[in-house]
Ligand binder design. Structure first.
Ligand SMILES: [Zn+2]
Length: 377
């Protein structure tokens, strides 16, 4: 399913809106119209109140996009390709390839986004002060509405600046901490230290939020949500870095299984189980019995749902996975792992020049990560 739509291109980078953004378009104007610190609860005219709230929502996301463009602009100067920027419910995500593993570069890239937010915040605050004085002198309501909008943007951007600098992944602050550690130790150990700090912050935040909720401050539930989000983010970053550092320089052909046993699509489950028992492999490419072309893959997990008494009637082609994804033997192992995560599959067919040369399973990858990463601990 396509979950985001492209709305334009800035600096050659496609900007996309995630489907969750639709919720933002409804939810945020409602929040801003009921609240008076950053919102417009005090505006008497109802249409104007909603128009201002909607404008603030759109401007807020423009600011988020500018924050991401700040990261992208600096990242590009270090030779990183930025595939896209997607605006989602929590903010923006810049999809970047090959972020340099250089502490100095990471530090600058991470600080660029919050830097942009701070700059917009300060600019809006200055414009607010100027307009606010004019509005008070002239008593014009239009100017005072615009100045209120500027005030809100100033507050929100300074909040974005502060929130993103919380020293925990997936926030920019987490990357800043890692870059700082990476100046004195290997990248993987620096990531583990930064992830550990992030998890601690998440736990403290979570306990605090939980206590607040128990004592009747139900609004603190969102803080609990953020704490959870930070904890997951820290763990994911740690896992991903571990994988990419330990698999560095390793090719698909180094890890794949070369002895492949094929089964034909008209093999019964009973027969397949006998083959599995004999060969001890967990996954088998399935070939068409006439054309000898690979038409699917079958793994032990695919047959577990077939009841015992059907084992001699159900055929391999009834249970096999037909969405076979292949990769070249010369590809990087980390790319194979990314491919498996994106397509949510456990095996890849390895092909060289159209010929099947092996199978790579997720277990092959995770086992290598464990073994290779052992020395780095
Ligand atoms: Zn950022």
């Amino acid at each position: 399913m396509k979950t985001s739509v492209r709305i334009g291109k800035v600096m050659g980078i496609p900007i996309k809106l995630h489907i969750s953004f639709l919720l933002v378009l409804v939810l945020f104007p409602i929040i801003f119209s009921r609240e008076s610190l950053t919102g417009f609860a005090d505006v008497e005219s109802v249409p104007l109140r909603y128009a201002l709230s909607l404008s603030l929502t759109l401007l807020l996301f423009l600011c988020v996009a500018l924050h991401e463009l700040g990261h992208s602009w600096v990242a590009r100067r270090y030779g990183t390709t930025i595939r896209s920027i997607t605006l989602i419910i929590f903010g923006g995500i810049a999809a970047m390839d090959d972020i340099p593993r250089d502490p100095d570069a990471e530090l600058r890239i991470s600080l660029a986004g919050p830097g942009v937010s701070l700059m917009i915040g300060v600019l809006c605050a200055i414009m607010y002060l100027i307009l606010h004085n004019i509005a008070q002198a002239s008593q014009t309501s239009v100017i005072s509405d615009v100045s209120h909008l500027l005030w809100s943007l100033a507050v929100i951007n300074i909040m974005l600046f502060a929130f993103n600098l919380i020293p925990a992944f997936p926030m920019d602050g987490g990357r800043v901490v890692r870059a700082w550690y990476a100046q004195h130790m290997p990248y993987l150990r620096a990531t583990r230290k930064a992830a550990h700090i992030g998890k601690m912050i998440a736990i403290v935040m979570g306990v605090f939020a939980f206590a607040m909720v128990v004592f009747g401050f139900v609004e603190s539930i969102w803080l609990l949500f953020i704490a959870f989000f930070i904890y997951i983010g820290a763990s994911e970053e740690e896992k991903f870095t571990e994988a990419s550092v330990t698999l560095e320089g390793i090719k698909v052909s180094d890890l794949m299984t070369r002895e492949i046993a094929y089964v034909t699509d008209d093999t019964t489950i009973l027969k397949l189980l006998q083959v599995m028992f004999g060969k001890k492999h967990l996954v088998y490419p399935v070939i068409d019995r006439f054309t000898r072309e690979v038409v699917g893959m079958v793994a032990f997990t695919d047959i577990q749902s077939v009841p015992m008494d059907k084992h001699n009637v159900v055929l391999v082609r009834d249970v096999m996975a037909t969405d076979i994804i292949s990769i070249s033997g010369g590809a990087d192992a980390i790319d194979a792992l990314k491919m498996m995560s994106i397509h949510k599959i456990g095996h890849l067919l390895v092909k060289n020049g159209g010929k099947v040369t092996g199978i790579l399973s997720r277990t092959d990858l995770t086992r290598s990560i464990e073994v290779l990463g052992y020395g780095e601990r």
